[in-house]
Design a protein around this ligand. Structure first.
Ligand code: SF4
Length: 452
């Protein structure tokens, strides 16, 4: 695997979007190993966005952070395990004391997302017999009860005990829905802190009726990566979703369609790899508690340094979809700004390593339909298969990009085929329902990302 050492310029790009840039620079300038210390901050910044996991930071980097924390308040904040980031009009900034308190409140105690054994353990902890945990499991995942007061199958004392000790099921209100003529339903959920998140149900009818139901779920409220073509990126970033806030999106789609969800794609709002802990926890619940096959789940990413290798260690059977969108670094940086901190070569090397480790081929997604020959060469060079999923662009407001004409799509497929690479074009669903990810949310929720 490539050990990628980013240039000063690359790491500075990432740092510039956050308030820890002064710390990044002070570290780097005082050190003979400037590049290494910028690399450290690339890692820290990723973890600043999510709940930090300091186990993954190299020991000597952590020592440096500790050494600086007395003199530098930002270093001290980064070392706070409870630390997380909040959005502001200007972008991301390190959370102050007030927002940390809000985050703590948000942590709550939620039943949804917990496994059968965790619920059985909880039942014993509150003085009940183990089998009550199994009943609760059935009530939340199968009967889809969204309030503990509805748990009529368990004793009143247990319900009262759970409520008085702060437990909740972890279900949110449906704030708004839009149904497209092809049956696709977009849902806005209003979370505990009034933030809105989007989820989409995509039905596929076959002769015998509804056969496949895909839930396209969000992993973050907004997204910090700001890809040039993406409505979610344009709407700003607020916070990561908790595991129960991901699982409930699937339950709400099942309720709206009165049909079980057969497939889940993490292609809604947010970059799943920036919230990997919650995504993995939700993945477990989707597979084991909602019985959705691992191979029916797709995790999509535009690429976040060091996370693909981390995901590979879990040896999941899901599909990893990498949104490439451009066959060379120069073009990719223009479309996906975060590519400045994760060179294309390093991303492709990580994809190859992922395949070697898991045996699961990485699915390549490509949206903007240009440079077919170069794309075919890149895929061949990195052994990434001979198939690409093409996604016709869904236009969003204030974007310079336009949806390609059908002739352009066909010409692109022809050019790939000349290079012996096949392509499938993803059917665009619900275009009349603000289908591009993040568009509906942006209609309802303007900065500062709180519902009116
Ligand atoms: S395309 Fe994905 S990663 Fe890029 S801004 Fe949109 S949600 Fe974020």
């Amino acid at each position: 695997m490539v050990v990628w050492r980013p240039s000063l310029q690359n790491a500075a790009f990432l740092a510039s979007s956050l308030h820890i840039q002064s710390l990044a620079f002070s570290f780097a300038l005082s050190s003979p190993h400037r590049h290494y210390h910028f690399y450290l901050h690339t890692q820290l910044l990723q973890q600043c966005i999510i709940k930090p996991n300091y186990n993954t930071i190299p020991h000597r980097s952590l020592s440096l952070l500790h050494a600086t924390s007395a003199a530098h308040p930002t270093a001290a904040l980064l070392l706070d395990k409870e630390h997380s980031c909040e959005s502001s009009k200007e972008g991301l900034e390190v959370a102050d004391g007030k927002s940390q308190a809000k985050q703590k409140k948000l942590q709550g105690k939620f039943l949804l997302g917990k496994s059968l054994s965790e619920l059985e353990k909880l039942a014993i902890e509150v003085g009940e017999q183990k089998y009550r945990g199994k009943q609760i499991h059935q009530l939340i995942y199968k009967n889809k009860k969204n309030d503990i007061a509805q748990f009529l199958q368990v004793p009143k004392e247990l319900r009262e005990n759970l409520i008085s000790t702060g437990w909740k099921v972890g279900r949110s209100q449906v704030h708004h829905t839009v149904t497209a003529s092809d049956g696709t339903i977009k849902v806005l959920l209003k979370l505990d802190d009034n933030r809105l998140v989007e989820t989409v149900g995509i039905p596929v009818e076959e002769e015998k009726g509804l056969n496949r139901l895909t839930a396209c779920v969000s992993s973050q409220v907004g997204c910090p990566l700001r890809c040039a073509f993406c409505a979610t990126g344009k709407g700003g970033f607020a916070r990561n979703l908790k595991p129960h806030e991901i699982v409930e999106q699937v339950l709400v789609i099942e309720e709206l369609f009165n049909h079980r969800v057969t497939n889940v794609v993490f292609m809604g709002m947010g970059e799943p790899m920036l919230n990997l802990a919650s995504v993995l926890s939700a993945y477990r619940a989707l597979n084991q508690d909602l019985q959705i096959g691992q191979r029916m789940i797709t995790i999509s990413t535009v690429g976040v340094p060091n996370t693909i290798a981390r995901l590979a260690t879990h040896k999941l059977q899901c599909t990893l979809a990498v949104s490439l969108h451009a066959p060379n670094q120069h073009l990719r940086e223009q479309i996906v700004p975060s590519a400045k901190s994760y060179p294309l070569e390093a991303l492709l090397e990580d994809c190859k390593h992922y395949f070697d480790t898991t045996g699961r081929r990485v699915s390549v997604e490509y949206t903007l339909l240009d440079h077919a020959t170069e794309l075919a060469h890149v895929l061949r060079r990195w052994g990434l298969g001979r198939h690409v999923n093409l996604i016709p662009y869904n236009p969003v407001a204030d974007s310079d990009f336009r949806r390609p004409y059908k002739a352009a799509v066909l010409a692109f497929i022809d050019a790939l085929s000349n290079q012996k690479v096949t392509a499938s074009v993803r059917q665009t669903r619900g275009l009349d329902a603000n289908a591009a990810c993040g568009q509906l949310r942006n209609e309802f929720q303007k900065i500062p990302l709180v519902a009116g």
